[in-house]
Design a binder for this molecule. Structure first.
Ligand code: GLY
Ligand code: MN
Ligand code: MN
Length: 461
């Protein structure tokens, strides 16, 4: 846990940013996998962790904005629990560690909320993403389950985003702990990416490295020789010489801050000339995008500049043609780079995505585009010091998309379909780093993980 004061200060700020009423923050409970006593790996809700710090199931946070009072509700363990789970700290003790003096049992929370509702007080809550918490809020507030998400408080969402999007030095240090684990993962991947190995063997070793560091993955590992499928979680392929292996993975730090790194490796250790050409374009894209990061810049602008770097590289290789400004404006590059440049990262790998992507990555100054490709940009707004974001351009040859656009002759002025068709078995290349926006620029977080084609080939040799 961070110091007690960190959590108290965060709640104090929240009370200043939310005008009145009560803020209800249920933590996550256990979630049954195949029977109640066999739950999924436990993961606390990130906003609960941020404001109330307790990394255990069964707790509810409450903040009375008008009365300037913070509460934690939970159930003290009985001797039966202790027999199965070992000695457990009392609710009061856990609450004191995060600066909360007022504690009670969940039934008291219900009474308090009932009273507040009859007094006409607003009860703010964040949009729940687990069925269990939809039911909890329904039970605690009387809002019908089907209405709960819609009734989430935009005022509270904005106040939470305002704090969580700016990472303190101690939060950045946590992210760098998870990046230390990432660094170990990628060393191992480079040793294992040899012909004859199965994707699942490397995936298992990645999960082993994370587990032996006492951590957990920040999202299911993407490790595939079919990197043209962006979120490919199938791990059954045998690696063949000259396959491209896309590995997109991350770990959590002890306090649950994420890392999210992607590298693309040539199976067998050497890129083919064709692979190296495309790799250099993605490398130029990730480098120029990272170097463009500075406070005051719109991330949408950096995304579009990066799209132009990709389009220019592809034009040099004969895959695109024509006026690149027009090509990027119209979205022709999205045949190859159909996703956004990156997203916020913190306690969640896609930080605060549960609060609504538009509430996190967009604001009054920028609306989400509806254009194919650009519409997937998760972070568009102006960058501020303290943001941690991913920079993750890629080039993919997606056969179904190529065939569809070719059939429609879509953007035929900008795309050399005859050339592109030859790349249908190529796969994809993505490179991803995690970057802090500093007061006057950027810092790539973590120890450097090999990224140039030359470094990768040297190590793999
Ligand atoms: N973890 C998927 C991504 O890079 O956004
Ligand atoms: Mn990733
Ligand atoms: Mn990412």
């Amino acid at each position: 846990m961070f110091e007690t004061k960190t959590y108290a200060d965060r709640r104090k700020q929240l009370k200043q940013d939310v005008s009145s009423g009560l803020i209800l923050m249920p933590g996550s409970g256990e979630s049954a996998m195949n029977y109640p006593g066999n739950p999924y790996y436990y993961r606390q809700d990130s906003s609960f962790l941020y404001f109330f710090g307790i990394d255990k199931p069964g707790f509810y946070g409450l903040i009375d904005v008008d009365g300037d009072k913070d509460y934690i509700f939970g159930t003290d363990f009985t001797i039966d629990d202790i027999i199965w789970m070992g000695p457990q700290p009392a609710v009061k003790y856990l609450a004191a560690a995060v600066g909360v003096d007022n504690t009670g049992a969940p039934a008291q929370l219900k009474e308090l909320l009932d009273k507040a509702r009859s007094a006409g007080k607003k009860i703010h809550f964040l949009p729940p993403y687990r069925g269990e918490n939809i039911l909890e809020i329904n039970n605690l507030t009387g809002i019908p389950t089907g209405e709960v998400k819609k009734e989430a408080s935009l005022e509270l969402i904005k106040a939470v985003v305002k704090q969580r999007e700016i990472k303190s030095a101690e939060e950045v240090a946590e992210i760098e702990k998870s990046l230390d684990i990432s660094s170990e993962m990628y060393k191992m991947v480079m040793q294992m990416a040899k012909p004859g190995t199965y994707e699942r063997e490397i995936t298992g070793r990645i999960e082993g490295i994370v587990g032996s560091a006492g951590s957990f993955i920040s999202f299911p590992v993407i490790l595939t020789t079919h990197g043209e499928t962006l979120h490919n979680h199938y791990h059954g392929n045998k690696l063949e010489k000259h396959d491209l292996l896309v590995v997109d993975s991350g770990a959590e730090s002890p306090l649950h801050y994420a890392s999210d790194i992607t590298r693309t490796f040539p199976v067998g250790g050497k890129f083919t000339p064709e692979q190296k050409d495309i790799y250099q374009v993605v490398y130029a894209a990730v480098t120029s995008a990272t170097e463009a990061i500075t406070p005051g810049k719109m991330n949408k602008e950096i995304h579009l500049q990066t799209a132009k770097v990709i389009a220019a590289g592809l034009k040099d290789l004969g895959l695109m043609k024509g006026d690149l400004d027009a090509a990027v404006k119209e979205g022709a590059h999205a045949l190859f780079f159909p996703h956004g440049l990156g997203h916020m990262m913190g306690l969640d790998v896609h930080d605060m995505e549960d609060l609504g992507e538009d509430n996190v990555g967009y604001d009054d100054t920028v609306v989400r585009s509806r254009q194919f490709g650009l519409a997937y940009l998760r972070l568009a707004k102006e960058l501020k010091p303290g943001f941690v974001l991913t920079v993750e351009p890629g080039i993919y040859f997606i056969p179904a998309l190529i065939d569809q656009w070719h059939g429609e002759k879509r953007f035929a002025d900008f795309i050399n379909y005859d050339q592109v068709s030859k790349y249908k078995g190529f796969g994809g290349i993505r490179i991803e780093d995690d970057v802090l926006v500093t007061d006057n620029g950027f810092r790539v977080l973590g120890k450097p993980i090999p990224k140039t084609a030359a470094e990768i080939e040297e190590i793999m040799a």
